[in-house]
Design a protein around this ligand. Structure first.
Ligand code: MGP
Length: 257
């Protein structure tokens, strides 16, 4: 039987195809087929991705690296998608809270986590992270007892697969503009950060490789004395993305944890 046989009711195979040939995939995501085992090394065991999942999942080795840096008791994955990061977190953290606003992707994430044998350590929550964060912050300020969350991981929508295609005005001048945080969804990237910091100072923020680092630095209060650490994530010879570590996750700031 498959690795899923212990969790038959979590089998989401009916929701999307498990592609075995590039030609069967939507054109927009075919480029990922040759790289499928970099995304999920157990892909051949029946892992499932929808279109958004294909172009936005964190490649497994990068997810493992981030999870190592975020090692803690309870981590919250605010936009879990098809589960790449949540699976990695389940190997370094006691509990993973994985939120997504797509019921299909949440089902795919649980399916994939079951293949990796870690579904039991992940709490899957269907919902909108922004509302979750707002009500959590309100409860905290009302000093009502909250369940502790040690680390928040943010891997939000960057604006679709075309996030790195230069605008026409840029193509004309041959210049490549930096990625601005206002292109992050579902709210401005700064608002997303500020909301998350009301939950915990320890935030890891996964962003495009050409993100405007001045803007990232400006997320922090100038006189607060805190610094951010930016980690480049390379896959072979391609810079894939950057992860920005805040609070106790940044090197030299462990005391903030
Ligand atoms: P990419 O830039 O689309 O691919 O995505 P590639 O092949 O590196 O670049 P290309 O220009 O040569 O085509 C690189 C990585 O960014 C993906 O593997 C995902 O991990 C991540 N990623 C891409 N998108 C569009 C998103 C997104 O919307 N949200 C998040 N969180 N990650 C994304």
């Amino acid at each position: 039987g498959t690795l899923l046989s212990n969790h038959r009711d979590w089998d989401a195979s009916a929701l999307v195809p498990h592609y075995k040939r590039k030609e069967d995939m939507p054109l927009s995501v075919q480029k990922w087929f040759p790289r499928r085992h970099q995304l999920l090394s157990l892909y051949d065991h029946g892992c499932l991705l929808d279109e958004v999942g294909w172009f936005s999942i964190t490649p497994e080795k990068i997810a493992d690296q981030i999870a190592e840096r975020c090692r803690c008791d309870v981590v919250l994955d605010a936009f879990c998608g098809v589960g790449g990061n949540a699976i990695a977190f389940a190997r370094t953290c006691e509990r993973v809270i994985a939120i997504d606003n797509s019921s299909v992707r949440l089902a795919l994430a649980r399916h994939n986590a079951a293949i990796y044998g870690v579904a039991d350590r992940i709490e899957f929550i269907l919902g909108d992270y922004i509302s979750f964060a707002r009500s959590y912050a309100q409860l905290v300020s009302g000093s009502r007892q909250q369940r502790k969350i040690d680390v928040v991981f943010l891997s939000p929508p960057w604006g679709g697969p075309e996030y790195n295609k230069p605008a026409e005005t840029e193509t004309n001048t041959g210049e490549r503009a930096a990625y601005r945080l206002d292109a992050v969804g579902p709210v401005h990237g700064k608002e997303l950060f500020d909301l998350s910091r009301q939950i915990t100072p320890n935030v890891a923020y996964y962003l495009p490789r050409h993100v405007d680092l001045t803007e990232v630095g400006a997320l922090l209060d100038k006189d607060g004395g805190e610094t951010v650490e930016v980690e480049e994530e390379w896959m072979g010879n391609r810079l894939t993305a950057v992860t920005c570590y805040f609070g106790g996750l940044a090197e030299g700031q462990e005391h903030l944890f």
